[in-house]
Design a protein around this ligand. Structure first.
Ligand SMILES: Cc1cc2nc3c(=O)[nH]c(=O)nc-3n(C[C@H](O)[C@H](O)[C@H](O)COP(=O)(O)OP(=O)(O)OC[C@H]3O[C@@H](n4cnc5c(N)ncnc54)[C@H](O)[C@@H]3O)c2cc1C
Length: 438
């Protein structure tokens, strides 16, 4: 298939237009371009650009990265990438080292890279596969088939040049994929709002220059506390959230914590203050202090548990955070964004080839089949974990029990062999199948 040359202020015709070059958009564009389609990938920012994140890729995400052909990055070898062998968990007085499990279906290591590095690499990978990446190009509004027909047939965009000059144009395409993140203005423009009944998370992170960047483990903490009482100095209560210290390649660590909307503290707590007080209790040799902080702490929402539906509406397909695909068990969204990108690309390919919308319906069905039951379980987990009592039980009863923690660890990271007789695999597969997707 020949590619349409892209220049600003024109009508571009393509097979598919993808809005947003985060993990969801770059992955979707890569898979579609690899299938031979003419794909335009619109990104309002220019790379490298920052994004609030923990910067962690679990073995599940490492596998997803490899599926994009990014094998060196999946090994964590290029500059800017780092590799770890497991997770060290802190809870109460217990410290547990949990190596990533040896599984048939997944690698047994994790990788970190700042989102400036990671998203740039993914976008370049999409361009290498043949997608037309248009940076500094913001999708403004859907373009409809006609004034009387609500089927979306393209995107109106504004492109801003480095000197500040801007121009508007239109990309016309039979399939539009909205990969524009958790607030998805494009989905909202089509009347698709977030389901407020579904759980959400909020997380905050900051970078520090620290010798902890040398460690070969990720670290998780079940010890987050509400801010201390300013008059008595008494410690705040245990929060149903978790914290992390993730090593990066450049002498820095990503330190953050997140809370679920099922907690009564969700809207009232100062995320920054909790971060400051928690970090102040770290051993001095970690050198994670206000003086070693690089930049400011930044927070953002985690749209979880399929909180925006339907995933296909008027010819528009929602992928990644736009479709609320963050795993409610652990706040991980990158793997799901890439995996959904592949499923969306398969459905979009059929729709383009057959010139019909019907094949697009295979996409929500594929998502449901892949994760439906697991995400339903995750929603129950979120509501249970919202209680400080359950959180205390998890810390005091769960943490000291190694076998239980291995099971919890694999459940939360969604690391399950699909055809296996291992007890954990059998239990997780059976549970996920038994619980209906909703
Ligand atoms: C504090 C925090 C920590 C997290 N830690 C982790 C973690 O360690 N591991 C993990 O897997 N997940 C983590 N997540 C979740 C993860 O960041 C998201 O799930 C993931 O970024 C989703 O990818 P996406 O491509 O769907 O959306 P995004 O990454 O948000 O990408 C959307 C893209 O669309 C662009 N865009 C938006 N609107 C437009 C428009 N109108 N026109 C053109 N472009 C547009 C944006 O600029 C952006 O590039 C964390 C989230 C938070 C908030």
């Amino acid at each position: 298939m020949t590619h349409t040359p892209v220049s600003p202020a024109q009508v571009i015709h393509a097979d598919a237009v993808v809005i947003g070059a985060g993990p969801a958009g770059s992955a979707t564009a890569t898979f579609l371009a690899e299938a031979g389609h003419d794909v335009v990938l619109l990104e309002k920012a220019s790379f490298p650009r920052d994004k609030v994140c923990g910067d962690a890729l679990t073995p599940r995400a490492v596998k997803a990265l490899a599926s994009l052909g990014m094998t060196e990055e999946a090994e964590g070898t290029p500059p800017g990438w780092d590799r770890q062998e497991g997770l060290r968990m802190y809870g109460g007085k217990v410290v547990l080292e949990l190596p990533w499990p040896e599984l048939e279906d997944y690698p047994s290591h994790s990788v970190t890279a700042t989102r400036a590095v990671f998203d740039h690499a993914l976008a370049l990978n999409a361009a290498k596969a043949g997608a037309h990446l248009m940076e500094r190009t913001e999708a403004l509004a859907p373009v409809y088939l006609s004034s009387s027909h609500g089927r979306v047939a393209g995107v109106r965009y504004r492109r801003t040049e480095p000197d500040g000059a801007s121009s508007e144009g239109i990309v016309r395409a039979p399939v539009v994929l909205a990969c524009d993140g958790g607030s998805s203005r494009f989905a909202v423009a089509l009347g698709l709002h977030r389901d407020e009944a579904r759980p959400m998370g909020v997380a905050i992170r900051a970078y520090y220059d620290s010798p902890r960047s040398e460690m070969d483990m990720m670290e998780g903490f079940l010890e987050m506390r509400a801010p201390a009482d300013p008059t008595t100095g008494e410690r705040g209560e245990l929060l149903p959230g978790y914290g992390w210290v993730f090593p990066l390649d450049d002498g820095k660590v990503n330190v953050g914590w997140g809370l679920l909307s099922s907690s009564e503290h969700f809207r009232t707590t100062s995320y920054r203050k909790v971060l400051e007080e928690w970090v102040a209790g770290f051993p001095p040799e970690w050198q994670i202090t206000p003086e070693t902080m690089d930049g400011r702490p930044r927070s953002a929402g985690l749209p979880m548990a399929h909180n925006r539906k339907p995933l296909v509406h008027r010819g528009v397909v929602l992928v990644g955070d736009a479709g609320g695909m963050v795993n409610p068990f652990n706040g991980e969204g990158i793997s799901y964004a890439i995996e959904a990108g592949e499923m969306a690309a398969v459905a979009a390919h059929e729709a383009i080839v057959r010139r019909s919308d019907r094949p697009l319906e295979a996409y929500p069905a594929a998502i449901e089949e892949a994760w439906g039951g697991y995400y339903t379980l995750g929603r129950a987990f979120v509501w249970a974990f919202g209680s400080p009592t359950v959180m205390r039980l998890a810390r005091d009863y769960g943490m000291p029990r190694r076998r239980l923690m291995d099971f919890v660890f694999r459940t939360m990271a969604h690391l399950v062999n699909h055809r296996s007789k291992d007890a954990t695999d059998v239990l997780l597969n059976t549970l996920s199948r038994a619980v209906p997707a909703a």
